[in-house]
Write a protein that binds this ligand. Structure first.
Ligand code: ADP
Ligand code: MG
Length: 618
């Protein structure tokens, strides 16, 4: 039987289609059936709920995800842009770093500097390539110079270097950063010596490296040499002023001593002729020979003051165009006699003439002094070479003429293979009175005279010496070209003629004034005296008749000789003036105005000859 609880489904065919009829009990399913179906219904409800929930959460999740992704994407984009920027900055920084490196390299190169690092813990030095170049060492010496650099530095500098390093390590010093500085000499592998300056700063240690000193090294050899030259020339200047001052005063005294001694000699000779008794005649003869000794000693003294004046460049000299080769030929025979037989003198002169503007006597003096020194350095014989040459310096002069200015130079070389000099002797050799020779053997004026004469002529002296090897002295004087200008002429021999002319003697030193007056009076001149330029002017303007000649000292208090000449010219008087001085003190002597000059000390004869010559010319 059909279950009445089941619904009934019936299909009915109707004229225009199908009907479906369904029928079911109105009061639901029987309890039995309902019980069977409950779990299924609950389950499907739950499932539906689950599905709905799942769908919902899924939807929510999806939305979140989309949001997150888009947020993430923009984060990434930002980060990317940031990265781009950073890369750009980094690139620019790198470029700048490279530029700075290059700039530093250029700066180090142009400053002739190198860099170094000193590892204070390991005691190891690291040199840059530039530093190695400054040290004059090949790259393969780097290792060795890192370990025992001090071996190439003379011991006298070690303590200064060590204490500079200690000070930097301890961190004291003046600057805000611990630093060290030191100057020292360094012997290059090729034996050359350089003066170096090193300075560095302390860098604290990091995890990469320990504490170290980092710094630069500079070659200061040239600066040192210039400093030494300057010091030397300042010293010479000071000593020259002193020596020149003494020599000037001493010359005045010598002129008086020599002059009076010679006058007394004449007097004694004249008296001897009139002598009545043999005793008197003998006595006068003795007096005359004693006076002779005074004159000889005075002449030696005057040679000495002459040398001093040459050194202090105060000597009055008459520069003319001189061929140095000619001077060498003139003195050669004398030199051979001077140096004796155990020493050979080898002379060679340049084939072309070597004109310089100088006093020929002074050039001879330079050569003689140098050759005598060479002889003294060869106690047991040897060889002395004397050479002359023409040297053209274009740009930077090299040894042995380092520091010589560009131009054409006449060079005199005197070389010996004698004892040589130590650095201490070389430092003082130009000082007047410095000598290593025994009393009576050396005056210490030889090289100082050479120095003075050469400096006055605008030249330079270069000395190279090694103990046990020998010495070479190079004297460089500017070549005098024909175009360099006119040359003052030497004076000619005056005709012998007595004269009764009137002479005004102007001299501040009373002894000398008296002597000159005496000499001239004895020769028949009418003499007036004045003790300085002002007094002379008064005498000139108040006197009835102006004198025929003024004989005047150059350096005097109140009014000097040069100023006196100017005053005379201003007053329209044309009186020839004869200047006498051992010390022109840089005053240009007015030779061109018809005045002449006589150097002190002079002999009575020389004075009279000059006076006469000037009067003749007037
Ligand atoms: P002096 O010759 O009277 O001593 P110098 O001024 O001529 O004075 O020389 C000074 C010093 O220089 C000498 O005493 C000597 O020690 C040294 N000297 C000069 N020339 C030479 C040389 N050619 N060789 C070695 N030493 C020299
Ligand atoms: Mg000498």
């Amino acid at each position: 039987p059909p279950n009445l609880e089941d619904p009934i489904r019936v299909e009915v065919r109707v004229p225009d289609g199908n009907w479906r009829l369904e029928a079911a009990p109105t009061r639901g399913w029987s309890a039995e059936v309902a019980d069977d179906m409950r779990p299924t219904r609950v389950a499907s409800g739950l499932i539906a709920l689950l599905v709905i929930w799942l769908t919902y959460t899924q939807l929510v999740r999806q939305q979140d995800l989309t949001q997150a992704v888009s947020a993430r994407t923009s984060d990434l984009e930002r980060a990317n842009a940031e990265l781009q920027r950073e890369v750009g900055t980094r690139q620019r920084a790198e470029e700048r770093l490279k530029e700075n490196d290059e700039r530093l390299r250029l700066a180090l190169n142009s400053g002739r500097m190198g860099t170094w690092e000193y590892d204070t813990a390991q005691g190891m030095l690291y040199w840059s390539a530039q530093a190695m170049a400054i040290l004059g060492a090949p790259a393969e010496d780097k290792e060795q110079l890192g370990v025992d650099f001090l071996r190439s530095v003379p011991a006298e500098f070690h303590e200064a270097i060590r204490s500079a390093v200690r000070q930097a390590k301890r961190g004291d010093g003046d600057g805000p950063v611990p630093e060290c500085r030191a100057e020292f000499r360094f012997t290059m592998p090729n034996g050359g010596e350089r003066f170096l300056y090193a300075s560095g700063e302390l860098q604290e240690g990091t995890q990469d490296h320990g504490a170290r000193l980092v710094g630069v090294i500079v070659d200061i050899t040239e600066r040192r040499q210039l400093e030494e030259q300057l010091l030397q020339s300042q010293k010479m200047e000071a000593v020259g002023t002193l020596a020149g001052g003494i020599a000037h005063d001493f010359n005045n005294l010598l002129t008086a001593i020599l002059g009076f001694a010679q006058l007394s000699q004449l007097q004694a000779a004249a008296l001897k002729l009139e002598g009545t008794t043999p005793e008197l005649r003998d006595g006068l003869e003795e007096l005359r020979t004693d006076l002779d000794e005074i004159v000889k000693a005075g002449e030696r003294a005057s040679l000495l003051t002459g040398q001093l004046l040459a050194f202090s460049r105060r000597q009055v000299h008459k520069p003319t165009r001189v061929d140095v080769n000619g001077v060498v030929r003139e003195v050669e025979r004398m030199l051979v006699r001077l140096i004796g037989e155990r020493i050979t003198l080898e002379t060679s002169t340049a084939p072309e003439p070597l004109p310089v503007l100088a006093d020929p006597g002074q050039i001879a003096q330079v050569i003689v002094n140098l050759v005598v020194n060479a002889r003294d350095a060869l106690p047991s014989g040897g060889e002395v070479k004397l050479r002359t040459l023409r040297v053209i310096v274009t740009d930077a002069a090299e040894a042995p003429f380092a520091g010589l200015a560009a131009g054409t130079w006449v060079v005199i070389v005197v070389e010996d293979n004698g004892t040589g000099m130590t650095a201490e002797v070389m430092a003082r050799m130009f000082e007047p009175f410095f000598t290593t020779k025994r009393v009576g053997e050396g005056t210490g004026l030889g090289l100082s005279t050479v120095y003075g004469i050469v400096a006055q002529g605008g030249g330079r002296v270069f000395v190279h010496s090694a103990v046990g090897v020998g010495t070479s002295v190079h004297v460089a004087l500017p070549l005098h070209s024909a175009a360099s200008g006119a040359v003052p002429r030497g004076d000619e021999q005056p005709p012998q003629q007595p004269s009764a002319a009137r002479v005004l003697v102007v001299e501040d030193e009373p002894g000398l004034r008296r002597l000159v007056a005496e000499i001239l009076t004895r020769r028949g001149y009418a003499v007036e005296v004045a003790s300085d330029g002002l007094e002379a002017l008064t005498a000139l303007t108040e006197g009835a008749r102006p004198p025929d000649l003024v004989l005047s000292d150059v350096v005097m208090p109140r009014l000097g000789g040069r100023a006196l000449a100017d005053e005379i010219a201003k007053r329209g008087m044309s009186i020839p003036i004869l200047f006498m001085s051992g010390y022109p003190a840089g005053e240009e002597l007015p030779e061109d105005e018809g005045h002449t000059f006589i150097g002190k000390p002079f002999t009575p004869d020389a004075l009279v000859r000059k006076v006469r010559a000037l009067l003749e010319r007037a």
